[in-house]
Write a protein that binds this ligand. Structure first.
Ligand SMILES: CC[C@H](C)[C@H](NC(=O)[C@H](C)NC(=O)[C@@H](CCSC)NC[C@@H](N)Cc1ccccc1)C(=O)O
Length: 330
């Protein structure tokens, strides 16, 4: 298969992964966050006021001979963390990991939230969700992958993120050398525009069986942590010495020297499972001797979020053609 592979660089201590993306002719280069939890491809642009820019690379459509303004089109994104971005739309040539889409709708930012201004590690997002939650007006636009898929060997892409090391995304093919176990597939419900699926259960530490409780959630490469239902979270932290829910950190914290147990979630009927190493679940130091857990509550979201902490523990196949989500250990 053609080597359609993009190296994903871990940023800010595994908070997010960006990949090199080129847009326009001659190509302008950006570090974009491939985000399976949204469906807009947007980039910092020369339309932004200088107060909203903090070193990010700016896309300038006037410098691209292949840029064509989509007259009358706008976009307006809002994200679960309260951040937002909006602007106008151009079609231009976009290349990621050897895959090129001509006339890809490129959403140029005229406004970005402070969280994006402060995040010097990324110049924008590449939504890899489903077009039904794209925000373009007056007509929704397809994602980079949806436009690229017809020309790929298989209508799928894979994520192979790694702990504190570069990972990779492949488009259109499965690298059999990248995963150790068989790939177990779960059905995807794309009706909300996300990669939504249901895990049949979970286990804490080296427990052999699984607690059979359905965990319905999205697999979101753009979310850092593993956000789960309160009963699962409480069971997990019930096995972490001294773990408490801290108001000041609005989350579960524990003494940084605590050994935290692994967390496993089942795939399919529980035949296969993904194990998140305890090391990944001691996510960050709070600075006062306590550490912030990688597992937190999904309260208020309406479903769980299998974010990067879960994704980097496995080799993940996003099969858009068959609406399947594949998980394999590596
Ligand atoms: C509050 C807005 C709600 C969450 C909803 N928006 C969404 O679901 C959007 C598409 N997705 C997201 O807000 C989340 C999924 C949350 S599920 C409610 N994924 C993408 C996010 N992590 C992208 C990001 C990456 C880096 C920095 C910041 C943000 C909407 O527009 O209705």
């Amino acid at each position: 298969p053609d080597e359609d592979s993009a190296d994903a660089e871990p940023q800010l201590g595994d908070e997010e992964w960006t990949v090199p993306v080129s847009i326009g002719t001659p190509p302008q280069g950006f570090k974009l966050d491939l985000d399976t939890g949204s469906s807009d491809l947007w980039v910092f642009s020369t339309l932004l006021s200088k107060e909203e820019v903090n070193g990010q690379s700016l896309y300038d459509p006037n410098k691209s001979t292949t840029a064509a303004k989509m007259t009358g089109y706008t976009w307006d994104c809002h994200y679960g963390d309260g951040s937002f971005s909006s602007g106008y739309i151009y079609q231009d040539t976009v290349t990621i990991g050897g895959v090129t889409v001509a006339k890809q709708p490129v959403e140029v930012a005229k406004t970005v939230a402070p969280q994006f201004t402060q995040d010097t590690a990324l110049d924008g997002l590449v939504g890899l969700g489903f077009w039904t939650i794209n925000t373009a007006e007056p007509k929704k636009q397809k994602t980079f992958f949806e436009n690229a898929a017809p020309n790929l060997e298989k209508g799928l892409f894979t994520a192979d993120l790694k702990h504190e090391a570069p990972g990779s995304y492949n488009f259109g093919w499965i690298d059999e050398n990248a995963h150790a176990s068989n790939i177990t597939y779960a059905d995807v419900d794309s009706s909300d525009g996300y990669w939504m699926w249901t895990s049949p259960g979970y286990a804490v530490g080296d427990a052999k069986g699984i607690n059979k409780t359905a965990i319905r959630g999205i697999t979101d490469t753009g979310t850092t942590l593993l956000l789960l239902p309160d009963d699962v979270v409480d069971t997990y932290y019930g096995q972490v010495d001294g773990a408490t829910w801290a108001e000041e950190w609005s989350g579960y914290v524990f003494d940084c020297n605590t050994t935290v147990p692994d967390f496993s979630f089942a795939v399919d009927n529980g035949t296969a499972k993904v194990t998140v190493p305890g090391e990944y679940l001691n996510y960050a130091e709070n600075g006062d001797g306590t550490c912030y857990g990688g597992i937190q509550s999904d309260y208020g979201v309406g479903f769980s979020i299998f974010g990067d902490i879960a994704i980097k523990s496995a080799f993940v196949v996003f099969d858009q053609q068959n609406l399947k989500l594949g998980w394999a250990s590596k």
